[in-house]
Ligand binder design. Structure first.
Ligand code: ADP
Length: 398
C-alpha cells in the first residue's frame, strides 16, 4: 500500500504492508514549485536525499518513484494493493474511507471552500497519483472522520442556526486518524477494551489538537470548522476572539487572504517566538530569549486550559496520552502540561518522562489514578489499514 499525504508544497509518502505494519520506505518531497526543492527517503538502512527542482505535484510523484527506484524498490513490479490518500476535510457527508472515482473528486472540489489550504493540494495529489497508478484502487481517508458523530453540544457553534446550516458550519475536528489510532493503542497498551476508558489525547506536532474520548468515541476535540481552532500550534494561532478578524479587516485594512495567511502561517509559536521547532525554542529560552519564553508560556497555558476543560467534560480521565513530534519527544512540554495536577490524580514521573525511550510507554508513577502515556502516532499505517478494510468490504464505499 502506498500512502500519500499531499500538502500545498510537500508530499509525504510511505510504502507499507498494512497487515504486518512493516514499512518498506518512507519519505517526503518538500518545497514543490520553489527554486530549491528537496526530497528524502529512508528504506531500512538506506537514506537517500535529492535536491533536484520539483516543479509541481506530478513531478513530485515522479520523484517518489525515482527515489524508490534508487532504493531498489520498483513500484511497477510490486503487487501494489492500493494508494491511500489523506484528505483533510470531508465536509458534512464524507467520512468513511471512500474509493476514489470522478464523482468523489467532484464532491471534494465542492468542499474546497471549507478547507481552501488543504483540500485543493489533496485533490491534486489524488489526480496525479491516479494517472501514475491507474490500475489500482485509490482510497480517500478523511482527517475529519473520527469526529463525525461528535455530540451536538460539542459540534455546534452558537451562531445563527439557519446560516450555519446553509453553509455547513459546525465543528468537524481534524487529526482524527491519529486520535483514533493513538486512543486504540493506549487501550491495547493497558490491555483493556477502549469501551472502559475515559481518555484525553494530545496530538502535539506542528499542527496540534486535543480530544476527549469516552468508550472509544470522541466527545470533544479542539479543532473546529477548520484546523485553526484550539491549541496554539507551530504557526497557527488556535483559539482567538473572532472580533480580532473584523478589527484587523477594518483597522489594518487587511484582506481576507492576508488575515487567513497571518493566522495560519505567522501566528502560533512562530508568530510569538520566531521559531516553530521546539528544540530550538528551548535553546533560545535557555539563553534568555524573552520572546521564545513568552511563546512557550502561551503554548503551555492554552494546553493546560484544554486539559482542564476536558477533565470537566469527562468527569476525570483514566488515560492522558501524548503523541506527535512535540508530544513524543519533548519531556519538558509533557512535564509542564501536567504539573500541579496531583489533586486530579494526574502525575508525571520525572525519571520515566525523561528517559530517552522510543515506542509506547507509561510516564506516570506506578498506581497513579490517571495513567499518562507517550504513544507514537502512525497516521500512514492507520490510513493503510482503513484502505485495506474498505477494499476488503467489497462494496467499495465502506
Ligand atoms: P507535523 O504536524 O508536520 O506532522 P510532527 O508531528 O512531525 O509535525 O512534529 C514536528 C515538530 O515536532 C517539530 O516542529 C518540532 O517542534 C517537534 N519535535 C520534533 N522532534 C523533537 C524533539 N526531539 N524535541 C522537541 N520537539 C521535537
Amino acid at each position: 500500500m502506498l500512502v500519500l499525504n499531499s500538502g500545498s508544497s510537500s508530499v509525504k509518502f510511505q510504502l507499507l504492508e498494512p497487515d504486518s505494519g512493516r514499512s518498506l520506505a518512507e519519505g517526503i518531497v518538500e518545497r514543490i514549485g520553489e527554486e530549491a526543492s528537496s526530497a528524502s527517503l529512508t528504506a531500512g538502512p538506506q537514506a537517500l536525499e535529492r535536491d533536484d527542482r520539483v516543479a509541481d505535484h506530478e513531478a513530485a510523484l515522479q520523484m517518489v518513484s525515482s527515489l524508490l527506484d534508487d532504493a531498489g524498490i520498483r513500484l511497477a513490479e510490486l503487487d501494489l494493493m492500493a494508494v491511500g490518500h489523506r484528505v483533510v476535510h470531508g465536509g458534512p457527508d464524507l467520512y468513511r474511507p471512500t474509493v476514489v472515482d470522478d464523482a468523489l473528486i467532484a464532491r471534494l472540489r465542492e468542499l474546497s471552500p471549507l478547507a481552501p489550504l488543504h483540500n485543493p493540494p489533496a485533490i491534486l495529489g489524488i489526480e496525479v497519483a491516479r494517472k501514475a497508478h491507474p490500475d489500482v484502487p485509490h482510497v480517500a481517508v478523511f482527517d475529519t472522520a473520527f469526529f463525525h458523530d461528535l455530540p451536538a453540544a460539542a459540534a455546534t457553534y452558537a451562531i445563527d442556526r439557519e446560516l450555519a446550516e446553509r453553509y455547513d458550519i459546525r465543528r468537524y475536528g481534524f487529526h482524527g486518524t491519529s486520535h483514533q489510532y493513538v486512543s486504540e493503542q493506549a487501550a491495547a497498551f493497558l490491555d483493556v477494551p477502549t469501551a472502559s476508558l475515559r481518555q484525553i489525547v494530545l496530538h502535539l506536532g506542528n499542527g496540534a489538537s486535543a480530544s476527549a474520548i469516552v468508550g472509544g468515541r470522541p466527545v470533544e476535540t479542539s479543532m473546529g470548522l477548520t484546523p485553526m481552532e484550539g491549541l496554539v500550534m507551530g504557526t497557527r494561532s488556535g483559539d482567538l476572539d473572532p472580533g480580532i478578524i473584523t478589527y484587523l479587516w477594518r483597522a489594518a485594512g487587511m484582506s481576507v487572504e492576508d488575515i487567513e495567511s497571518m493566522l495560519n502561517r505567522r501566528s502560533g509559536v512562530r508568530g510569538l517566538g520566531g521559531e516553530v521547532d521546539f528544540r530550538v525554542l528551548h535553546r533560545r529560552i535557555a539563553s534568555g530569549d524573552a520572546a521564545a519564553q513568552l511563546a512557550y508560556d502561551v503554548y503551555i497555558h492554552r494546553l493546560r486550559k484544554y486539559i482542564g476543560a476536558y477533565l470537566a467534560v469527562l468527569g476525570g480521565a483514566d488515560v492522558i496520552t501524548f503523541t506527535a513530534g512535540v508530544g513524543e519527544n519533548d519531556a519538558t512540554v509533557r512535564r509542564d502540561a501536567l504539573s500541579g495536577l496531583g489533586a486530579f490524580g494526574i502525575e508525571v514521573d520525572e525519571h520515566l518522562n525523561e528517559s530517552p525511550a522510543a515506542g509506547a510507554r507509561r510516564i506516570s508513577p506506578d498506581g497513579a489514578p490517571t495513567t499518562v502515556l507517550v504513544i507514537p502516532t502512525d497516521e500512514e499505517l492507520a490510513i493503510a489499514r482503513a484502505c485495506a478494510a474498505v477494499l476488503g468490504d467489497g462494496d467499495g464505499d465502506g
